[in-house]
Design a protein around this ligand. Structure first.
Ligand code: AMP
Length: 280
């Protein structure tokens, strides 16, 4: 496994790797969710690249950029064990050279849900992902359903900008008690860690109601909110039943829905989702 920092070294090392190359973009502090993407890329592709970059432009001024967990040595050991070929750890100065003023923005799809609560977040995500795709020139790029809106936004960007690659979205990997794996789970104290299972319990309750015949979007949102309200440490920011393609909030009876939420547990903001309906 080769680990590089400069763009010149990345380009040289990439050129020596066989196609198809699968790219897994990450912000590091890797867990089984990230590794599931790496394993899928390893199974699909002749070579595998991973980027580790805590992207400052996708964090708001009040968000956790400075405290975001990092452990590069551990990350590299995990990636070596997975048979990764190339890891890029660029610096902020490489990704954002002095005078930087060029952004990639996706419009409607970034307005609701996470986009409404994290202004500028998706502009940072799409810009950095576009730069990573330019640098690695992968044939496949792997993202997690954990960040459902992000996956949809990136798919749109790849289509709209004619990037010659396939976007692969992989299922959410969970802890045994249902909590979706996230680097941010490291912020939770033991009491908060127990409370954090409420997101999955709320989604599961709505999913079960859907399976049992509850179809009204309002009812699905109410079920999720009721379960969340039972956990005193949980402060929901939003609870949504949205169209899985357009991300518009649904009203009335629905055939398919992206059920999603953002919930503060203590100071930690957690997100989770499930798709119900023919694909869910
Ligand atoms: P991050 O390091 O948080 O930017 O995540 C890098 C990639 O891993 C993104 O595509 C995430 O959606 C994906 N990912 C993060 N957590 C999970 C998880 N629990 N299951 C599946 N994919 C995940």
């Amino acid at each position: 496994m080769k680990t590089v920092t400069t763009l010149e070294d990345l380009r040289r090392a990439r050129a020596a790797l066989p196609d198809p190359l699968g790219l897994v973009p990450t912000m590091g502090f890797l867990h089984e969710g990230h590794l599931s993407l790496v394993r899928r890329a390893r199974a699909d592709c002749a070579s595998v690249g991973v980027s580790i970059f805590v992207n400052p432009t996708q964090f708001g001024p009040q968000e956790d950029l400075d405290s975001y967990p990092r452990d590069l040595e551990r990350d590299l050991a995990l990636l070596r064990d997975e048979g990764v070929d190339l890891v890029w750890t660029p610096t902020p100065e490489i990704m954002y050279p002095p005078g930087f003023q060029t952004w990639v923005t996706v419009e409607e799809l970034t307005r609701p849900l996470e986009g409404a609560r994290r202004p500028g977040h998706f502009r940072g995500v799409t810009t950095v992902v576009a730069k990573l795709l330019n640098a690695f020139q992968p044939q496949q790029a792997y993202f997690g359903q954990k960040d459902a809106q992000q996956a949809i936004v990136i798919r749109r960007m790849v289509r709209d900008l004619n990037f010659p690659l396939q976007v692969v979205v992989c299922p959410i990997v969970r802890e045994p008690d249902g909590l979706a794996m996230s680097s941010r789970n490291a912020y939770l104290n033991p009491e908060e860690r127990r409370a954090a299972t409420v997101l999955h319990r709320a989604l599961t309750a709505a999913e079960q109601a859907f399976r049992a015949g509850t179809r009204e979007a309002e009812a699905l949102r109410r079920i999720m909110s009721q379960v969340l309200a039972e956990e005193p440490l949980a402060r929901p920011q939003y609870v949504s039943a949205a169209d899985p393609e357009t991300l518009e909030e649904l009203q009335g009876p629905v055939e398919r829905a992206l059920l999603s939420m953002a919930v503060y547990v203590g100071e930690t903001r957690l997100i989770d989702n499930v798709v119900v309906g023919d694909r869910g």
